[in-house]
Ligand binder design. Structure first.
Ligand code: CA
Length: 507
């Protein structure tokens, strides 16, 4: 059995876990000419040199030698096409019609003074600089063990530690990216927008630089008692005690908060894939795309990201922009990243990993065409640049690198729930938001039954449809956002280190 996505396709991917053996008879009289592993591509027709190889109805490469029907279409048989030129794209020419609104879907969330809604109620210990990170992490452990048990309505204590804050060219244009990311993360909805801030004292990223403006909701983050400056304290013991005293006062306030019923439109869901394979684009990503459409219909915000994974599909996205201005913003982000990679003597082909290739993805073009399926079918309403907080409703492109832990960190500037699709598998998780993991293959969901939250591989085997898995995911999102169900990453406490994107120079 194989999956052909589009009637124009001249390759298909193999579904059987064992792949096929030479001589195996496939539908339409096709005979496998060699052993081909699961999720890899088989040629449906004879292909001549330089003939386009089509998947998703799009050119994923050009045959660089004759390929007979039934052959394994491997990476080395394909020459990669050039990326779509950015100056010849159609702008807002095929704006999808607005879908029927979905009403009366709600979840139980925490309303914040700044207008945001949390899916958790946590104490945040924000930091200006890496130098204070071990002290803050040590103190967070003590708070969890010694104070938190007295505050049952608080879900946890999170230390927002990172590798930024000093030894960097802080006036360089690129510095704005990590600084605004850390600003938005510190004011995150799941921290009630009210963190404590731990500073060293001599660092380049001074508290007033991290929080230069007015504070949403009127919370005076730099006010009396909210900032602990370690160089003002007497030794390690007093530093820890000062943070613990401030934490206890804040926990008293957080413990009074209760979940309340809020419309699903309060969700800001970040979508990401990691460890993708050739099934990702036909199972988990389209199911996530269907759920994305449901969320958009319910009035929520859905972010898709990962510039290098949309770059080769940008010609399919700019027509879907809600306005010409949004289409131009998409192009601006593609161009910025093209230039960024060129400065590092790289291009988007550096994206694919050995795991992607083992999973049957020949190149970044094929990966990108599968990746954008997460974005569903609605109009792209807005574009956010790196680390910017998304305020628009509907489908939004939030520019980030594709690196899982950097993308997740950047999306944390805005999202209150994360959906992560994977083919090869990743135990990824974040401390501040629930991460729902969706597998592309049933074999992975079975092997990692205590890590994968939803199996979209049932779509490939005909046991479920894209629509069914999409609805399951939508309902799971509402349950997880309400605290009614825990993801596996929450269950095990899996929390990847925050990794803000720093395109600026280090000194
Ligand atoms: Ca990724």
């Amino acid at each position: 059995m194989y999956i052909r996505v589009n009637a124009r396709d001249n390759v298909a991917i193999l579904v059987h876990p064992e792949g096929v053996a030479p001589g195996a008879l496939l539908p339409d009289g096709l005979v496998a000419r060699e052993r081909i592993p699961q999720s890899h591509k088989i040629a449906l027709h004879d292909l001549a040199p330089s003939q386009p190889v089509l998947r998703y109805g799009q050119t994923i490469g050009f045959a660089n030698r004759p390929i007979a029907a039934g052959s394994w279409v491997r990476e080395e048989l394909l020459d990669m096409p050039a990326a779509p030129p950015l100056d010849a794209l159609s702008l807002a020419t095929a704006i999808p019609p607005t879908l029927l609104p979905l009403e009366n879907y709600t979840f139980e969330g925490y309303r914040n003074a700044d207008g945001g809604t949390g899916t958790k109620n946590m104490l945040g210990l924000a930091t200006t600089v890496q130098c204070v990170a071990p002290t803050v992490e040590y103190t967070a452990q003590r708070i969890r063990a010694e104070i938190l048990p007295r505050f049952p309505n608080v879900d946890g204590v999170v230390s927002i530690t990172h590798s930024y804050g000093c030894g960097v060219a802080i006036d360089a244009p690129g510095a704005a990216v990590p600084i605004r990311t850390l600003n938005h993360i510190a004011l995150h909805a799941n921290l009630a927008g009210q963190p404590l801030l731990v500073s060293l004292g001599c660092e380049k990223l001074q508290p007033t630089r991290l929080f230069p403006g007015d504070f949403p909701g009127g919370f005076p983050i730099l006010g009396e008692g909210n900032v602990i400056r370690l160089q003002d304290e007497r030794g390690f013991g007093e530093s820890v005690a000062a943070i613990m005293r401030a934490a206890e006062k804040r926990l008293v306030e957080l413990d009074r908060r209760r979940r309340q019923t809020v419309p699903a439109s309060e969700l800001v869901v970040g979508l990401q894939c990691g460890g993708s394979d050739a099934f990702s684009g036909v199972t988990c990503n389209p199911a996530v795309g269907y759920a994305a459409d449901l969320l958009v219909r319910a009035g929520a915000t859905v972010m898709f990201s990962e510039v290098t994974e949309v770059r080769d599909a940008i010609h399919l996205l700019t027509p879907r922009a809600a306005t010409v201005g949004v289409a131009r913003d998409l192009i601006r982000e593609m161009r910025w990243y093209d230039d960024y990679l060129a400065r590092g003597a790289a291009d988007r082909s550096a994206n694919t990993t050995p795991g992607n290739k083992r999973g049957g993805l020949a190149n970044i073009v094929e990966k990108a065409l599968g990746s954008i399926a997460k974005a569903g079918s609605t109009a792209i309403r807005a574009v956010a640049t790196h680390g910017e907080k998304v305020t628009a409703k509907g489908l939004v492109f939030a520019a980030t690198p594709a690196s899982d832990f950097i993308c997740g960190t950047q999306q944390l500037a805005s999202m209150n729930l994360h959906v992560f699709t994977t083919g090869e598998g990743s135990p990824y998780g974040l401390a501040m938001v629930p991460v729902i993991k969706v597998s592309s293959r049933t074999a992975l969901a079975e092997k990692w039954a205590d890590l994968i939250d939803l199996d979209a591989g049932r779509i490939a085997t005909g046991h479920a449809t894209i629509e069914e898995v999409g609805w399951e995911l939508f309902r799971l999102i509402l349950d997880v956002a309400s605290g009614r169900r825990q993801t596996w990453a929450e269950h095990w406490g899996l929390a990847n280190t925050l990794a803000p994107f720093n395109p600026g120079p280090v000194t």
